[in-house]
Design a protein around this ligand. Structure first.
Ligand code: APR
Length: 240
């Protein structure tokens, strides 16, 4: 059977689907991913982007951190694409239980998804490091230099930086969903960053679907591999 048709039938047979995704889900919304040829980590900066997006760099060079962060991590004009909309439709139809994402752009929620586990946090949430006050993305967008709270403290984005740990409750919930799901659809991720990529090992079913433009370390283990644009593949499989 043609791969997308196989995906379509697995979707239509199940009411217990989980999606696990990465930056490749948002490239069709105009947000570059990290490791593709045109990705963020292949662009030239004074320091490697992975170094800039680290806790050490945030502490030692906050001005430079926020300049990079405002320029490269915020996409206020990005809108959900067919992939986000297809997943929201699957949840609405009672087939998809949760979206587990490594992305921080909030586009799954903007598309209407309700159960979204953000393993690496979100640019939409920011907190003062001194008093804990909440701030939205605008507080970062509409400030210059190091954003400061009304109390004088530094406003830090709720995004997991390198060297920082993931939220344990979110991780545990993700393990729970993945270990119980019937169909696990993995897409738009190079599966190279841990512990996120390691979550796939908790899947116990035999309908592991991998939708990715480039090869990934998981290709040999997947039950169905579809190389292509995830917006088109999910859109077609869901009939959007
Ligand atoms: N359709 C399908 N696949 C795509 C598309 C698309 N439209 N666009 C890109 N891809 C694929 C690329 O082939 C690549 O394999 O998505 C993958 C994106 O991989 P990465 O850029 O490594 O992004 P991701 O896997 O999400 O990175 C994980 O790394 O730096 C950290 O915290 C950051 O969450 C990020 C994590």
């Amino acid at each position: 059977m043609e791969p997308v048709m196989q995906l379509k039938s697995w979707i239509e047979e199940s009411k217990n689907i989980v999606f696990f995704g990465g930056a490749g889900v948002s490239t069709e919304s105009g947000i570059p991913d990290f490791r593709s040829q045109d990705g963020l980590y292949h662009q030239q900066y004074d320091y490697p982007p992975e170094q800039i997006l680290s806790h050490t760099f945030f502490v030692r060079k906050p001005e430079e951190f926020f300049r990079f962060y405002r320029n490269k991590m915020l996409a206020p004009d990005a809108r959900p694409n067919r992939a986000h909309l297809a997943l929201a439709e699957l949840e609405r139809a009672g087939r998809l239980k949760a979206v587990i994402t490594q992305n921080i752009d909030g586009l799954h929620q903007a598309a209407g998804s309700r159960e979204v586990l953000e393993l690496h946090g979100s640019v939409l949430r920011n907190h003062c490091m001194r008093c804990g006050k909440f701030y939205g993305m605008d507080a970062i967008l509409n400030s210059v230099g190091v954003p400061k709270c009304s109390c004088g403290g530094v406003i830090k984005p709720d995004v997991v930086l390198y060297e920082e740990g993931l939220d344990m409750d979110t991780l545990n919930r993700a393990v729970n969903y993945i270990s119980r799901t019937d169909v696990l659809i993995v897409g738009g991720t190079s599966l190279t960053v841990y512990p996120a990529a390691g979550l796939i090992d908790y899947y116990r079913g035999r309908k592991l679907v991998l939708i990715n433009r480039d090869a990934t370390p998981l290709d040999g283990q997947a039950d169905l591999v579809i190389a292509g644009k995830i917006g088109e593949v999910l859109g077609e499989a869901v009939g959007l």
